[in-house]
Write a protein that binds this ligand. Structure first.
Ligand code: NCD
Length: 324
């Protein structure tokens, strides 16, 4: 692995290597002293051209837990053309000693361009590009699901275990969601069955090529008794105005596609409720469900640190032992 850009062509072997390494990282995070010395003296930079709370903090925390130094850059509304600003920024930051770049950009494909253009020669980790990919989010979701599937709770999953035999439904704003796209690809590589549920206006063109089923009725999908239900945020900022004509009204959306206690009551006991955050409480998920025992949202956040530690370690430690 030279970069972590996408889950599209990620092999089962690489996915399992990252997930198994993430479990080792998670074990180290249960100790009172969480910092591992393995990447001491190395520097990583976060380049965020689009807003973020948890992904950026999670990557920074992961790097610090590996004893790395972190340089942070965030840009808002740069007047330079995207290609130029990206190239200049990346070259400047590499000249300051960054050995890997963690990149979030509103343009689809920006991190891939950085990896391929030959402007710089360091590993690139994609922290979300446009509507395209968000590989570390899919990996943390897979880690969370794998744990629940194999242990019935939030415990270490067996080495090499997959998601074979499980069923996940992903519900909501698929159209604008890099999380959905990355998850469909990774979960199917890991052997899960994936069903997407959304209003027809929020389903992307070309969905037939994705490795999943599509349904329009949330209650019918829930009747299949999935093992996990992942709710997606309605991405108002990617719509022209609130709702943007994608659905009649927030109330209608909530009625047809929102997860509330009445819908949860139809799930089997072991079904988990996931959300990548940030949540629109009262729209795609009620506060009651978000705060309920079934919700694994905070586990997702914690697993995100382990997965990002694993990714940085695998890209930068060149086979050094995690524990020295
Ligand atoms: C997601 C993202 O940025 O794509 N959030 C995240 O990384 N935790 C999903 C979202 O913004 O709705």
């Amino acid at each position: 692995m030279k970069h972590l850009l996408s889950t599209e062509h990620m092999s089962l072997e690489d996915a399992l290597l990252i997930l198994d390494t993430a479990e080792e990282m998670a074990a180290s995070q249960e100790r009172s002293i969480k910092k591992l010395p393995v990447l001491r003296g190395h520097t990583v930079a976060t380049l965020f051209f689009e807003d973020s709370t948890r992904t950026r903090l999670s990557f920074e925390t992961a790097a610090k837990r590996l004893s790395m130094d972190v340089i942070s850059f965030s840009a808002k509304g740069s007047s330079l053309s995207k290609g130029e600003s990206l190239k200049d920024t990346a070259q400047t930051i590499c000249a300051m000693g960054a050995e890997a770049l963690i990149v979030r950009h509103r343009a689809d494909g920006a991190p891939m361009r950085l990896a391929d253009a030959g402007w710089i020669d360091v590993p690139i980790l994609n922290a979300g590009d446009g509507r395209h990919q968000h590989p570390t989010q899919a990996l943390l979701d897979a880690m969370t699901m794998r744990r629940h599937l194999h242990t019935g709770g939030n415990n270490k999953a067996p080495v090499g275990s997959t998601l074979k035999g499980s069923h996940i439904i992903i519900v909501g704003d698929i159209l604008h969601s890099r999380v959905a796209r990355s998850n469909v690809q990774l979960m199917s590589t890991l052997g899960a069955k994936v069903t997407l549920v959304a209003p027809p206006t929020l389903v992307p063109v070309g969905i037939e090529q994705w490795n999943c089923d599509v349904m329009y009725d949330f209650d019918e999908a829930l009747a299949m008794q999935p093992d996990a239900v992942m709710m997606l945020r309605v991405q108002h900022e990617r719509m022209s105005s609130a709702g943007g004509g994608f659905f009649p009204s927030p109330k209608e959306y909530q009625r047809a596609y929102g997860l509330d206690a009445a819908r949860v009551a139809h799930m089997k006991e072991s079904t988990i409720v996931m959300h990548p955050g940030p949540m629109n409480r009262g729209l795609e998920i009620t506060a009651e469900v978000a705060d309920s025992a079934r919700s694994v949202v905070t586990e997702q956040v914690a697993n995100g640190i382990s997965v990002r530690m694993a990714a940085l370690y695998l890209l930068l430690a060149h086979g050094q032992e995690i524990e020295q």
